[in-house]
Design a protein around this ligand. Structure first.
Ligand code: GUN
Length: 297
């Protein structure tokens, strides 16, 4: 029997626990606040941000949303970040990526106060993660760690293959899995578009995390029996549906399921976890800033 890991249910549990953490903060006179900043008219980005705002409301976090015209000068975005950095009601800041080409995305990440960096993308937070004492773990890889734990997949001593080397998922995922800490202690291989023989690597893996952004690139033929498969991919592919597209992962679910002992679906796997861990980072940031000890899930 293959365990289909239900990310929606795990995220729901985390949100419920975060709701009581928010309650504890409120008892101490603190309402955690998360600012989302959108400088894009990409419909997918708009959807992601509005879902993040809805999540905030659900657990009692104050959501603040800032929209900047994608054609505006980059300085408007930098100024908005400065203002949010100085706003005492804002504990977490997220600038939805990608930003327009005329905006320097690295400058954006550096501009966010690292103690309000809900994404964990600021170089200071990246450094803390790599050095082994993370402050804010990036949301998607953190969510993957929680999913593995929820499925009772022990990473210690396992061969983990991360497919993809992005700063948002692949690299921090590898760093978390290799960490000398719970949810880590794995032997990690990072594969990418220039890997000579991807299948040879994935076939050796006990755990595969697929985060390359290529629809259904990993199939059952590339996996060994008993593997745990975590599919981070969210790819829109043309389909004969009302919307004209459907969402598929980086894994060919049907064939992979035949090999896997546990696997995440798309949608309903990693996606809901990413959103839950953003709330986690916001609650953590509020606790640190306001000097209130909060229990986190
Ligand atoms: N765009 C795609 N994923 C993310 C994410 O995790 N955070 C932000 N800020 N933008 C994204």
């Amino acid at each position: 029997m293959t365990d289909i890991i239900d990310g929606k249910a795990v995220a729901e549990g985390i949100r419920a626990e975060l709701e009581s953490s928010v309650g504890a903060l409120k008892d101490a006179g603190v309402t955690p606040g998360l600012a989302t900043v959108l400088m894009s008219d990409d419909p997918a980005s708009e959807t992601y941000v509005s879902m993040k705002q809805r999540d905030c409301e659900e657990v009692g976090i104050e959501g603040i949303h800032v929209e900047i015209d994608p054609d505006a000068p980059a300085s408007e975005l930098y100024d908005a970040i400065d203002e949010l950095n100085d706003d005492p009601e804002v504990h977490g800041i997220l600038v939805q990526m990608p930003v327009p080409e005329h905006v320097d995305s690295r400058r954006v990440l550096r501009a966010i106060d690292p103690t309000k960096d809900a994404d964990g993308f600021h170089p200071e937070n990246v450094g803390m993660l790599v050095a082994g004492h993370p402050r804010f773990k990036p949301c998607t890889p953190h969510g993957v760690q929680k999913l593995l734990a929820s499925a009772n997949v022990d990473t210690e001593g396992k061969d983990a293959v991360v497919v993809g080397r992005s700063n948002i998922v692949g690299k921090p995922m590898a760093n978390l899995l290799v960490q000398k800490a719970d949810g880590g202690n794995a032997t990690v291989t990072v594969c990418h578009s220039r890997t000579a023989d991807l299948a040879a690597k994935t076939r050796e893996a006990d755990i595969v995390v697929a985060a390359a952004g290529v629809p259904e690139m990993i199939d059952g033929e590339m996996l060994s029996d008993g593997v745990t498969v975590i599919d981070v991919g969210v790819n829109r592919v043309d389909a004969d549906t009302e919307k004209g597209y459907e969402l598929v992962g980086d894994v060919d679910f049907e064939s992979a399921k035949e090999k896997a002992s546990a696997i995440t679906p798309v949608p309903g796997g990693v996606g809901p976890m990413t959103r839950a861990m953003l709330l986690y980072n916001t609650v953590k940031a509020a606790g640190i800033r306001e000097g209130v000890e909060v229990e986190l899930p």
